[in-house]
Design a protein around this ligand. Structure first.
Ligand SMILES: Nc1ncnc2c1ncn2[C@@H]1O[C@H](COP(=O)(O)OP(=O)(O)OP(=O)(O)O)[C@@H](O)[C@H]1O
Ligand SMILES: [Mg+2]
Length: 406
């Protein structure tokens, strides 16, 4: 991300990367007087020290969930982080497209999309506006302007006029949609989000979380807000003003006050690729190699430094681990940093592992042979991981920074 920004003309020194859920909570922290709770009262101390709260960031594509705790010094500690899946607001758009497909027929809709791309875009825009007005107690019909080219496409494809059905009526260029059909388009994403939240609240790690902060554009949907409030009547549901802009505005505030985040949960396991003595019982033959002293090693082992789910303080230095060259005439050592979605990966070529970055350290004095240890330390900064390698016998250190925004 940093590399792309620099290529885009932003100066490296002037760039601070912010993690979205953290930016969202920074924003929420700054607007206590305006916070609205479920019953319409305002609350001042919903985010006071000791409070654990869940941030639901419902965007267009994805749902991101984090649980955080306000510390005594008002900084924020992250307790839990999860990707809630692809159940954002665009699922409602998709449901509308599916509805149109059923209404006009797949071939007609296909033809309409091909023949009148602009018209299709207009229809999507029109739906986007209407989508924002739909309430859970919506009565009457929802009127959506539909380009005449849809009707024409239907006629061309089927030879018949487009007929109304019990859910929608086409009246010239207006589609009058039953409110039940409009509300149904929200059902799947809302159900999914609610059941996902339920699962998270059942996790002992988040015990005592009584507040839900809803941010992201889709959180502005009155239907989603009602679904969450209804499913969790005992929780305080806070929807900050301009929930859709919470991440953006919070990121700006984070730039002024980066220390506000004190601890975060590691999203993946981090480690270094290394060779470890061959374990006859567990290691596969194709990874076996013999060094110059006749010892058998297993290549491509994942040497874990930090585990997924582990809480890490900002700027915390993780305990150093030591590596040595495999052959005595080596003049450099490659430090390959790997990530894994598993807790305890054994090999770097396992499913879920991927190469995160590389550094190479110079290894002078080959006369010292394989005894030239290199200590590797990972330091988790605000949004970046620094990997520092120290050649023990020279004291020389090489470092590289990798951003861990994913
Ligand atoms: N008032 C509203 N009612 C219903 N949906 C809304 C409302 N306002 C915005 N949305 C929806 O929210 C979504 C956009 O949210 P947001 O801007 O948070 O997404 P994003 O951050 O770009 O996406 P992602 O987080 O998935 O990368 C769109 O699907 C939009 O239709
Ligand atoms: Mg988003």
């Amino acid at each position: 991300m940093r590399e792309s920004a620099v290529k885009g003309g932003i100066r490296n020194r002037q760039l601070i990367l912010a993690l979205e859920p953290e930016a969202a909570s920074v924003y929420c922290k700054h607007i206590p007087n305006e916070l609205k709770v479920a019953d319409g009262q305002t609350t001042i101390d919903a985010l006071s020290a000791g409070t654990k709260y869940l941030i639901l960031d419902a965007g267009g594509g994805t749902i991101d969930i984090t649980v955080q705790e306000v510390q005594a010094d008002e900084s924020i500690k992250q307790l839990y982080m999860a990707n809630g899946g692809d159940w954002g607001g665009t699922k409602v758009d998709l449901a509308f497209e599916n509805f149109l497909e059923e209404f006009a027929g797949k071939p007609a809709l296909q033809k309409f999309r091909e023949d009148d791309k602009g018209g299709h875009l207009d229809l999507q825009r029109e739906f986007e506006i209407k989508k924002r007005t739909i309430k859970s107690d919506q009565k009457g019909k929802l009127t959506i302007r539909v380009p005449v080219s849809l009707r024409e496409a239907h006629k061309k494809v089927s030879g018949r006029d487009l007929q109304s059905n019990n859910l929608a009526k086409l009246d010239k260029d207006k589609l009058r949609l039953e409110s039940s059909a409009a509300k149904d388009m929200f059902a799947d994403p809302c159900d999914y989000i609610v059941s996902h939240l339920q699962k998270i609240f059942d996790d002992p790690k988040v015990k005592g979380t009584d507040t839900i902060l809803m941010v992201g554009g889709f959180s502005e949907s009155l239907i989603l807000q009602d679904a969450v409030k209804k499913a969790f009547p005992s929780k305080i549901v806070i929807i900050p003003p301009e929930a859709g802009l919470a991440v953006l505005k919070g990121a700006v505030q984070f730039g002024f006050e980066p220390k506000v985040i004190s601890t975060r949960v590691c999203k993946v396991t981090y480690g270094i690729a290394s060779s470890i003595l061959f374990d006859e019982e567990n290691d596969p033959e194709d990874k076996r190699f013999t060094d110059e002293h006749g010892n058998d090693y297993c290549s491509g082992r994942f040497s874990k430094h930090v585990e997924i789910g582990q809480s890490i303080g900002i700027d915390e230095e993780i305990e150093e681990q030591s590596y040595s060259p495999v052959s005595s005439d080596q003049t450099s050592m490659a430090i390959d940093v790997w990530t894994s979605t598993n807790k305890n990966p054994r090999y770097t070529d396992e499913r879920g592992c991927s190469l995160h970055g590389k550094i190479s350290v110079k290894l002078p004095d080959p006369k010292l042979g394989v005894k030239r240890n290199v200590g590797v330390k990972m330091i988790f900064g605000k949004t970046e991981l620094e990997v520092r390698a120290i050649v023990k016998h020279t004291g020389k250190s090489t470092a590289a920074k990798f951003d861990f925004l994913r």
